[in-house]
Design a protein around this ligand. Structure first.
Ligand code: MG
Length: 502
């Protein structure tokens, strides 16, 4: 950190540097992980109806579930798709990937992309190993990924788009498996078609869900896979006691949801909900008018009668939001819906239907814990100060000053990967790509009015609370200080929206 002291430092630069060192360090413990964060002003006072997704919104799963999905899908690849037996040697790697990454289906590369469609160098992986920066730049003719090859609105790689974005928490084992199989083929010099591999892995993962293999495994050992949700129960009870209407819209089947909710909340969990919809097929539930609701018995039998109202105590399958709105009248900003999938759960509601949206981002808890450590706070603070110094001092063109600034630039470049590895050695933070927000962050701020680590954060607020987004200055609202101050008095300062996390 202090290497530049040994360099040539002019008197003016010395003065500015000393002033820079007065920038207070961010004190540890400054963010409470139980906070509800707001992108858009939201008053709970206005909310009469609360809706929930199920998986990773009301039900949280232990680390064992990803291992289970990985193992089953790997075995399906071997048994059904005739992939080499040698894949058995791979196990799920818990901290390999983070949510929100992109995968180039044709090049078989996993990578992190920022809000401006730039690939973050150092985060491009082929199999389990990083691709050198020069190779990435040569392949993409720079770092920018054009819109035509980015995934579609829902993160999918359909319609000729070769990039797929992994937004689902369930996709962590899928990224892992793709990387492991790529690694196996490369290590054994096997020529393969990456597009086939992507489709086979996708199908194997889908089979784990659709064929009920995961549901049966969770059912057989519920304590191993579902984290007991005492606080989810407390939230639902609190809302019910305040006379709020509640509903559930999930893609999972009734038997699976019933088993989990009975474990988390109790056998009488359905008393808390006014409407329960299972196998909804989100996101098409929100934009396809054609699918009617169908009643399901407790035993899972489908009834044929036409649905004229959605009743408490009944279970409905599929349907669509337009019909839901017609039958309930639950429209606009008196409804708040919580989900963990920013596209499937929240995007259409925000863009088309005007419900308020709450994103559940479990990764927040771990990232905030890291941000609150002394080591991270110091590094982040110093990185911001150093960036400010470079920005202010670059106007000095004498050789001695240029030499010092060059040293600082070098030091900044060396520090940035270190801030990344605080969060994840391969891909860094879910939310930042150096100083820019990630592609994930940008979508989060667009589609979620509020976001939080878990639904339990609601317990910290009364139901008349208003969440105000912090008014962070826009770039033009916080002018550069070297423009405003006489030379020699400029003080580097933290930039708006620039936390310099990775
Ligand atoms: Mg979910």
């Amino acid at each position: 950190m202090w290497r530049f002291w040994s360099g040539v430092v002019t008197h003016g630069l010395r003065l500015r540097l000393m002033m820079c060192l007065c920038v207070p360090a961010i004190s540890p413990g400054f963010v409470n992980a139980d906070t509800i964060f707001s992108n858009n002003e939201t008053s709970l006072h206005d909310i009469e109806i609360y809706g929930f997704d199920y998986d990773y919104t009301l039900a949280f799963y232990s680390k064992h579930l990803h291992t289970l999905i990985f193992n089953i899908a790997r075995d399906i690849l071997i048994s059904k798709h005739r992939y080499p037996e040698g894949l058995q040697e791979y196990e799920y790697i818990p901290n390999f990937a983070v949510r929100g990454l992109h995968y180039d289906v044709q090049k078989a590369l996993l990578m992190k992309i920022d809000a401006f469609h730039y690939i973050q160098l150092g985060t491009v992986y082929r199999g389990l190993h990083p691709v050198p920066d020069e190779e990435v730049i040569a392949m993409y003719e720079g770092c920018h990924v054009p819109l035509e090859i980015m995934s579609d609105f829902y993160g999918k790689s359909s319609h000729g788009h070769s990039m797929k974005q992994f937004m689902d928490i369930f996709s962590l084992p899928e990224m892992n498996l793709l990387s492991c199989v790529n690694d196996f083929f490369m290590r054994h010099n096997i020529d393969y078609e990456p597009v086939h591999l992507y489709k086979d892995v996708k199908e194997a993962i889908r089979d784990v869900h659709v064929k009920g293999i995961m549901y049966r495994a969770v059912d057989a050992d519920i304590e191993k896979y579902i984290c007991y949700g005492e606080q989810s129960h407390a939230v639902l009870k609190k809302l019910s006691e305040h006379g709020k209407k509640m509903f559930l819209i999930t893609n999972s089947p009734f038997a699976f949801v019933n088993r989990g909710m009975s474990y988390i909340v109790g056998e009488d969990w359905r008393d808390l909900f006014d409407i329960v919809i299972v196998q909804a097929d989100k996101p098409s539930f929100f934009n396809d008018r054609r699918k009617p609701f169908r009643r399901v018995t407790d035993k899972g039998a489908l009834l044929w009668d036409r649905i004229h109202k959605l009743e408490k105590g009944q279970i409905y399958k599929q349907g669509n939001l337009y019909e839901f709105l017609r039958l309930t009248g639950w429209r606009g900003s008196k409804v708040l819906y919580f989900g963990d999938h920013i596209y499937s759960d929240l995007a259409d509601l925000t863009l088309r239907h005007g419900w308020r949206t709450g994103a559940i981002i479990p990764e927040l808890r771990k990232e905030i814990k890291i941000m609150n450590t002394q080591a991270y706070a110091q590094m982040s603070s110093w990185l911001q100060a150093l960036t400010g110094l470079i920005e202010d001092m670059q106007i000095h063109r004498d050789p001695a000053s240029e030499a010092v600034v060059a040293e600082w630039i070098k030091e900044r470049e060396a520090m940035r990967p270190q801030t990344k590895s605080f969060f994840n050695a391969q891909f860094g933070s879910l939310f930042r790509t150096y100083q820019n927000p990630t592609y994930f962050s940008r979508r989060l701020s667009r589609f979620a009015d509020i976001y939080m680590a878990s639904i339990s954060c609601l317990l910290n607020y009364d139901l008349k609370h208003t969440f105000f987004p912090r008014r962070t200055p826009l770039q033009h609202e916080a002018p550069l200080q070297h423009v405003q101050r006489p030379p020699g008095l400029s003080v580097p300062h933290p930039r708006p929206q620039d936390q310099s996390t990775d």
